[in-house]
Design a protein around this ligand. Structure first.
Ligand code: ATP
Ligand code: MG
Length: 174
């Protein structure tokens, strides 16, 4: 079987970027393949996936970076530090090449807010271990990332219940 480590991107304004990444991780885990997920979260922790991850702890490494950072918080230096530490961790895990798949969830945000240097990140991703698959999620993926990606999926919002006033619900949004 051919092994070609892909760079994949789930972007766009519609719902499903993170959940599709979790689905791909779930598929790999079913084959006994090790997966690492690093969530560069904006806002609150999503305990749903965090708790599920614990059930796969033999194969799934799960990191949450920058607890509760808000991108436009009153502590931009703290946010920047957290994002950079997360990126440093991501690089060491990617370089290690031990996993089948590394997911950088919401990684477009630190790129778009200039917390992680875009050029450096793109150059690094181009040098990733050959067999390793990397999946990046988040809105507004920068053009440079789309350029180097093997697969880009754009989630397009057709309708979202939030606009009808239905608030975030357990097991759906978090
Ligand atoms: P999910 O985690 O549900 O797959 P996502 O990763 O595509 O969503 P994010 O931009 O990460 O979307 O959104 C974070 C939160 O906002 C999630 O709780 C998600 O369900 C919700 N959300 C996603 N898309 C929309 C939308 N178009 N309108 C309102 N809320 C959304
Ligand atoms: Mg998401």
């Amino acid at each position: 079987m051919q092994t070609k480590g892909l760079i994949m991107v789930n972007t766009g304004n519609g719902k499903g970027k993170t959940t599709a990444a979790l689905g791909l991780a779930f598929r790999a885990l079913g084959h006994g393949l090790p997966v690492c997920i690093i969530q560069f979260i904006k806002g609150k922790w999503k305990y749903g996936e965090l708790n599920s991850a614990k059930r796969f702890e033999d194969l799934l490494e799960f990191h949450v970076v920058g607890q509760g950072f808000t991108w436009k918080s009153g502590d931009p230096e703290g946010d920047r530090r957290a994002a950079q530490e997360g990126w440093k961790l991501a690089k060491s895990i990617i370089e290690e090449g031990r996993h089948h798949l590394v997911v950088l969830d919401e990684f477009t945000y630190p790129l778009n807010y200039g917390m992680v240097d875009e050029e450096e990140a793109i150059a690094f991703l181009c040098r990733k271990p050959e067999a390793l698959h990397v999946l990046i999620t988040g809105r507004n993926a920068p053009a440079s990332l789309l350029d180097i990606a093997d697969m880009v999926t754009e989630m397009r919002e057709v309708k979202h219940h939030l606009k009808a006033g239905i608030k975030a619900q357990k097991g759906i949004e978090f």
